[in-house]
Design a protein around this ligand. Sequence first.
Ligand code: HEM
Length: 512
Amino acid sequence: MAVFGWLLVILLIVYYFWKYRRPKEFPPGPPTLPFLGNIYKLGSQDPLKLFQKLRKQYGPVSSLYIGGTPMVLIQDLSIAKEVLVMKGTEFAGRPDNPLLDLISKKKGIALAPYGQAWKEQRRFTLMVLRNFGLGKKSMEERILTEVMHLIQAFKENMSTPFDPFHFMDCAMTNIISSIVFGKRYEYDDDALRNVLSYVHQNLKLLSGPWALVYNEFPMLRSLPLPHQNILKNIQKIFAFCTKEMDDHKATFVPGEHRDLIDAYLDELQKSLMRAFFPFLACGSCWTSGQGGDKPEQKGSSFDNENLFTIATDMFTGGSETTVRTLQWGLLYMMANPEIQERCQQEIDAVLGNNACLKYEDRERLPYINAVIHEILRFSSVLPFGVGHAPIKDTLLSGYSVPKGTNVLINVHSIHHDGTHWKSPNKFDPSNFLNEKGEFVKPEAFLAFSAGPRVCLGENLARMQLFLFFTSILRNFQVSWPDESSEPDCTPQFASFLVPSPFKVFLKPRQEK
Ligand code: HEM
């Protein structure tokens, strides 16, 4: 009996090594442990440092095993471009991730698999963002209104040093909320405060060990372990969004678009009509661009689940990226007062005392534009972007990458690579300026990624960052309140790269 037991154990180990062996021609990487893969390496150190070591040891394309799940890591610009652009469609899939797939149901845009449904949802949402004459206000007006609220909140709180994060978080969420739900919230609104705290808790939990346990050990999923908190928080975030959507449906008037939800509900009705009465195929269908494109209308992907996932994705993902970038911006301005002063000189010289700030002013403010891009580069808030996956077995830089493999691009390392940047490891706006002081964007700038999956909110995020950042520096002198210490620019990893909480000291400015 004992012999039989030992035989079974040996067979299981052999099976494990056979099942989890590196596929033939797969990129090299550190040796794996049974069932854990390379988790032991990830658990013990900061992923940025671990990836740096892998780059030195195995080169620009390497692999890691997260439990039994293989992952390919790209740490070189030309190979990143091959994945994102040259072979953009081949790598336009998303890898399986049981926890994220449970949350998104593989619907919406950001985590949806490559295919017709993703294309339709992405194209439609982009069209709504582009035509943002929804309601009466343009996108720029909406942002400038929120800028005024933020400046006012700063003025009311600046008598002593304070943490600006909550106010900026509400402001950025309000922009997305005005696009998706057609409304803004006061900064002391309890429902908003609570939902934002669930979002932050979840972003931290999702990058921690319990999300990994959920993904790698299915038999532990129903146990009362800390990963259940992720699911509880999701329920609360979903309840918040469901209430907003129900309110909408009750007051929806076809053809009158207050926001993205209204535009989507209209499209949903139209696609139902087309399904039942195909002869009604209209000449103004957005799907074809020229109208009446029959194949696109067949089996439409417009449904309530897609609407819900797009709304929740944008609400949670669209604000965290911009608020963290702005938070880094304030920290870098305090750490580099001479750069802050140069920004303010440019603002004063170009805008003077009276002119209203407009988005088109960025053309006349090349230094500010360079500083904003340098904030995006130096902080790299989404250091590894979002995982891609080949939609079929594919060759990459001489290695074979099987269909569905998680392919991560280390944008942080590309953003700090000395072969592409004048000052790779220093906060230096001249990384984005030529000898004449004009704004230039090096091709190694990948904060919004590139190719078919490029960030859908890039233009919106650029407009937000420019209008908020420039307005804050125009109105206030931002300084580090504690003379006994220096600003701490060490990033913490919580799905995003975030700074430790900090306070600012604001002094109102008089333009010269
Ligand atoms: C500083 C701000 C932002 C940064 C740095 C950023 C960065 C990114 C990155 C790196 C990706 C992954 C692209 C890829 O898969 O290769 C992405 C995807 C995406 N972003 Fe952003 N983003 C920002 C703001 C926004 C905003 C404001 C929105 C909302 C309108 C948004 C919506 C999306 C969506 C929907 C996707 C998924 C696109 C797809 O899978 O087709 N992002 N973003």
